[in-house]
Design a protein around this ligand. Structure first.
Ligand SMILES: [Ca+2]
Ligand SMILES: [Ca+2]
Length: 222
């Protein structure tokens, strides 16, 4: 049986596409922004943030308008809707169920520098209750930003495409914080992650396509 040139090119093209798809990375990234100057009392005023799923970790980062962040009294919360389903998890993004029509909080992370508040915790909303999943993870902070690094093994399912947002509060004493000082993004919206292809995917696809063009040109010259 003789296979035509068109069939060979087609098969090679399918092989290229299939290989590139297989090697697509499992990294995901999303970012959010928020206006400066919109936080209550000009405290803990978010301006940007991100969620990155990479290297076996979920890394959440928030940046504040200069001079509005204080690590020692910060109580930062990140809400995670890991199945992008408002009908699962806690309904909404705060105790008043704000955004319950678009966001179901499956996990939330609280962190900050106050030892009296004991703010480091990853919580899962399961069976109608909040349960602490992890309280021994890494945090980082600078003058105007803070990050938290959570191992993906903390989560009940693989993280990929997720929705997220951030809330800021100030610790008042061992039991109380202020009301929410700033939301990022503002209610009615949220951040979402998207796949980030690894450079190797592009290299593979490029090599394949160059090979395909080379095959076609060589055949034409004959
Ligand atoms: Ca803000
Ligand atoms: Ca959900």
């Amino acid at each position: 049986m003789k296979i035509g040139k068109a069939s060979i090119y087609f098969l090679f093209f399918i092989y290229c596409t299939f290989s590139a798809t297989l090697s697509l990375a499992t990294n995901y990234y999303g970012s959010v922004t928020d206006p400066s100057g919109d936080a209550i009392n000009n405290q803990f005023d978010f301006i940007s943030g991100s969620a990155s799923i990479s290297g076996g970790n979920l890394i959440l980062t928030t940046t504040f308008a200069p001079g509005t962040f204080d690590w020692g009294t910060a109580a930062i919360t990140a809400n995670l809707d890991i199945d992008k389903n408002p009908n699962t998890g806690w309904s909404g993004i705060d105790s008043g169920h704000t955004d319950s029509n678009i966001f179901g909080t499956d996990y939330l992370v609280t962190w900050g520098g106050s030892s009296i508040f004991g703010a480091y915790s990853l919580w899962q909303y399961t069976g109608g209750n909040w349960v602490v999943v992890d309280s021994n993870f890494m945090t980082m902070h600078s003058a105007d930003s803070t990050s938290v690094i959570l191992p993906l093994s903390d989560f009940s399912s693989n993280l990929g495409l997720i929705n997220f947002d951030f809330l800021s509060q100030k610790v008042l004493d061992a039991r109380f914080t202020t009301t929410i000082l700033d939301y990022m993004p503002n209610p009615g919206s949220y951040g979402t992650t998207a796949p980030v292809p690894e450079p190797s995917t592009f290299v593979l696809l490029g090599t394949c396509l160059v090979g395909l063009v080379g095959m076609i040109l060589r055949r034409r010259e004959r």
